[in-house]
Design a protein around this ligand. Structure first.
Ligand code: HEC
Ligand code: HEC
Length: 549
């Protein structure tokens, strides 16, 4: 009965013989374990599609809701955490497998005539995989997602002409991330990229079938094998092994979800996915107008070179053991990638600690300056900030609720020796805004940061500038100014703003060299210096409401 049914189906659709042909395909005698990566990649692609759909049915794709719906998915939806884990770690495992697949093809010379187009399609699939990573990174809408995307947009904006166009296509004005950009990224990630990837994957696999598995010299004299059962077993075993690893990751390692995106948190140092880290490390070598070389020109050349590999290396097939040059090139590429990634990892601050290895750069200038005066004016003889030996006065960060009014504190300061107006005001702000968390950040603040903040406060720069969300907007916000201006420019500009910006309303400040140094470093200090892209904070985007509606 079953045979009759299968025959009936086969007569009408050809499906059964297609499957049979698929399993009966002849493969060279040398085929083996090294050829399993393609099947594993295909399997992972399927996992991404399925988990992606399952995530999408509970995900609310808008800046206002995305973060909360993701929290709902992980905390309340049945197996939601597992789905997200599979999708998150699946992307990572996918990159690893795709790269291994390409390394195998490169070392074995599988890209050679007549398989050039198979290779080119493979390179495109690699780029698509990365594009998935890039667009998917924004969707959780946490701080990391937001700020990394700001950097992505800044890089996209670099190429002349094409840059503006890309920004427009991505729905971004001047590199900001708003509702339009979010919609574009979401559409790319869930509609456009999957469609292109599916089509290209089919094309790639069809080409592999058409040309067959690449043979090794010597295969001609040996009898061919069938795909089934030997290779099918190997592929299945590899898929199974990878799935076990992926499942374990998804079950036991929580996919990160940080604080909700805060467009005003300009001190946040964004960090890309680990496989992009090397690119951002390269960027650090290129300053100012050369940025475009590191961000656009080099990567483009590298991709072109990779795609052109079959047309560059046109030598005949060789045994793997003899392909020493190929192995050397792959080894060097791997080494360079490894070193760059390692360098990026050790120089990027741990996000848990915040920018520059310390969250102090998140404090406003008044809070920092207040902290400095607090010790300089001996307030700490009677008060602790967060903790310490019991003292005569209250521990300021722990005063919750009924704090004394500004007038009261002003009087209290007058009783304890008095202080010039700017010092008094910084102390009052400090006393009003200090929390245990900020107290800990303050404890890490380096001297130049404190001194710079005091100079800033003394000169009332906040009358015209915003730093970390505090101040007025008569002049530009100063976060990340170190990324867009070099030290000489800043020093000269302080002495004579109009010499640099003729219509400037900023008064001149004849700082001495010490003051100049700390004042400059206050804004471009750790936040920018250790940012993986100098100028990551270049743009102060307009606030977006992120509260749940
Ligand atoms: C001789 C000890 C002493 C010194 C020095 C001192 N304080 Fe106090 N401070 C106190 C005591 C005691 C209180 C508790 C309130 C009171 O006065 O009854 C207090 C209260 C305060 C409060 C109010 C906390 C609340 O409940 O809201 C603030 C703010 C404050 N001090 C800030 C300062 C600052 C700033 C300085 C440095 C200019 C300073 N204090 C120096 C002893 C001191
Ligand atoms: C009266 C308002 C005003 C005050 C006060 C003021 N600035 Fe400015 N500042 C401006 C304006 C307007 C600009 C933009 C034009 C320019 O670059 O000169 C500017 C530009 C700057 C820039 C360059 C920003 C950029 O992105 O190119 C820096 C740095 C700067 N100010 C620092 C300071 C510091 C530090 C202080 C205090 C010591 C200060 N400013 C005080 C109005 C002011």
């Amino acid at each position: 009965v079953i045979r009759a049914l299968l025959d009936w189906i086969d007569d009408r659709t050809g499906a059964v013989s297609a499957v049979k042909d698929f399993f009966d395909e002849e493969i060279p005698a040398s085929a083996g374990w090294h050829q399993v990566f393609g099947s594993v990649a295909l399997f992972l692609l399927t996992v991404q599609f399925l988990t992606g759909v399952l995530l999408a049915v509970n995900y609310a794709p808008q800046p206002e809701t995305a973060y909360y719906s993701l929290q709902y998915i992980v905390n309340e939806v049945t197996a939601g955490r597992l789905m997200r884990g599979l999708h998150h770690w699946g992307a990572t495992v996918m990159i690893v497998i795709v790269v291994l697949h390409m390394v195998q093809a490169a070392i074995w010379g599988a890209y050679k005539k007549p398989r050039e187009m198979t290779w080119v399609a493979g390179v495109l699939l690699l780029l698509l995989t990365m594009a998935f990573g890039l667009t998917g990174y924004l969707l959780p809408w946490d701080n990391k997602a937001y700020w990394a995307t700001v950097v992505t947009l800044q890089i996209s904006a670099l190429p002349p002409v094409a840059g503006d166009l890309t920004l427009r296509v991505l729905g971004s004005e001047e590199g900001t991330v708003g509702a339009a950009t979010f919609a574009r990224f979401y559409t790319l990630h869930t509609v456009v990229l999957p469609a292109i990837t599916a089509a290209l994957a089919v094309f790639h696999v069809a080409l592999v079938r058409r040309h067959g598995v690449a043979p090794q010299p010597g295969d001609e004299s040996k009898p061919k094998k069938k795909f089934y059962p030997g290779q099918v077993f190997k592929d299945t075993a590899a898929v199974f092994a990878v799935f076990v690893v992926l499942f374990a990751l998804a079950a036991f390692v929580e996919a990160p979800l940080g604080q909700i995106a805060d467009p005003n948190d300009t001190a946040f140092v964004p960090r890309p996915e680990w496989y992009f880290l090397f690119l951002f490390q390269i960027l650090k070598f290129f300053e100012g107008s050369l940025e475009i070389v590191g961000a656009v020109v080099l990567p483009t050349l590298a991709v072109l070179a990779l795609a052109a590999l079959p047309f560059i290396d046109r030598s005949r097939f060789q045994r793997v053991g003899e392909r020493l040059t190929a192995m050397a090139i792959v080894a060097v590429a791997g080494l360079v990638w490894g070193v760059l990634t390692w360098a990026a990892v050790v120089t990027t601050p741990d996000q848990a600690e915040g920018p520059g290895g310390g969250d102090w750069a998140r404090l406003t200038p008044a809070q920092l300056a207040g902290g400095l005066h607090f010790t300089e004016r001996n307030c700490d003889s009677c008060h602790n900030v967060v903790s310490g030996e019991p003292k005569a006065g209250p521990t300021l960060a722990l005063v919750i609720g009924a704090r004394q009014s500004a007038d009261w504190v002003a009087g209290h300061i007058a009783e304890h020796g008095g202080a010039p107006r700017n010092v008094r005001e910084a102390l009052i702000t400090f006393a009003a805004e200090i929390t245990p968390e900020r107290g800990l950040w303050l404890a890490e603040a380096p001297d130049f940061g404190l001194q710079g903040a005091a100079i800033y406060e003394k000169n009332n720069c906040g009358m015209c500038h915003v730093v970390n969300g505090a101040g007025e907007n008569l002049g530009p916000p100063l976060n990340g100014v170190g990324g867009r201006r070099d030290p000489a420019w800043l020093a000269g500009h302080f002495r004579d703003p109009q010499a640099f910006v003729p219509e400037s309303t900023m008064p001149p400040y004849p700082f001495d060299d010490d003051e100049m140094e700390s004042d400059r470093r206050l804004y471009d200090g750790p936040a920018v210096k250790t940012a993986y892209l100098r100028g990551a904070l270049r743009i102060q985007p307009p606030p977006i409401t992120t509260s749940p509606s």
